[in-house]
Write a protein that binds this ligand. Structure first.
Ligand code: ZZB
Length: 260
């Protein structure tokens, strides 16, 4: 599985993270949250970035001046893909539970939210996939749409500020047979009530992927008018060329065990 790993630079730490990190990072160190995405063409519509509140994360030293936030498992994979200077090594500076990171303000490359977006909780983040960091695009991801709706409704319960969710007007990015807000349409049509409707959400995700990829047209950004099939690689290349992303491959478990 070939993901695009996006670099979301920390602009301001949450209070618990900031306390824990006191004296641990050099003053000029840049730290990035690294979501793994299969939909680089949707990055214009990012409104937040999710971590699993009970998932374990690390800050890893990638170069003298750069650190990445992701799961241990993802850092290990990256260490065998040439992301770290020393093959197989992924030096860890600090460990966190996702909940300690909530409220951190990060830059979202290409997003209309140039002021930055917040790290928010998503209960359904798996630490066995990608980097366990998930950037949120409510227009085209049914999971992101329903989770954002839930967070906005129950902000107090989740211990976040409602403004952090940025769910007021969703930016349309791709036109598909489901309209200009594919995820919203699918969630409503399939009567998905909560982020816990995992079975329906799985089905909605498949539909959104297929209609977006095969029948979607960009209606926002510099590739507006192009088919998603073409725009996907163009946006990915743009992000990689500008240093805002890098390729991240998920090893297939079976292949790894067969080769030793
Ligand atoms: C932004 C985005 C925009 C995504 C979209 C999807 C969609 P898959 O097919 O199951 O591999 N994701 C990545 N890692 C995790 C994780 N650890 N736990 C939960 N979700 C995760 O799914 C890959 C997609 O699932 C990734 O691409 C990421 O969300 C999320 F408009 O990034 B995506 C129809 C989907 N649309």
């Amino acid at each position: 599985q070939e993901y695009t790993a996006l670099k979301m630079m920390v602009k301001e730490w949450s209070e618990p993270a900031s306390k824990k990190l006191e004296g641990k990072l050099s003053a000029d160190a840049k730290v990035y949250f690294i979501p793994a995405t299969l939909r680089p063409e949707t990055m214009y519509g990012q409104i937040s970035c999710f971590v699993g509140p009970n998932v374990d994360y690390g800050i890893f030293q990638v170069s003298p001046s750069e650190c990445f936030v992701c799961s241990d498992r993802a850092a290990r994979n990256m260490a065998f893909q040439g992301t770290f200077p020393e093959w197989g090594k992924f030096p860890k500076i600090e460990s966190f539970k996702g909940k300690e990171l909530i409220g951190t303000l990060v830059n979202a490359p290409l997003s209309v939210h140039t002021e930055g977006v917040r790290i928010l909780p998503m209960e359904t983040v798996k630490d066995t996939k990608g980097t366990a960091v998930v950037t949120c695009v409510p227009s085209d991801s049914p999971d992101d749409y329903i989770t954002s709706l839930d967070l906005a409704k129950k902000a107090e319960y989740y211990g976040i500020q409602k403004e952090w969710v940025k769910f007021d007007d969703i930016l349309p990015i791709i036109s598909s047979p489901y309209g200009d807000l594919t995820a919203k349409k699918l969630v409503e049509e399939m009567k998905i009530q909560s982020p816990k409707d995992t079975k329906k959400l799985e089905e909605a995700k498949e539909k959104a992927y297929k209609s977006g990829f095969y029948s979607g047209t960009m209606i926002y950004g510099e590739f507006s008018g192009k088919k998603v099939e073409q725009a996907k690689d163009l946006v990915r290349k743009k992000l990689i060329d500008s240093g805002d992303a890098f390729p991240y491959a998920e090893p297939d478990g079976k292949v790894i065990s067969r080769s030793g």
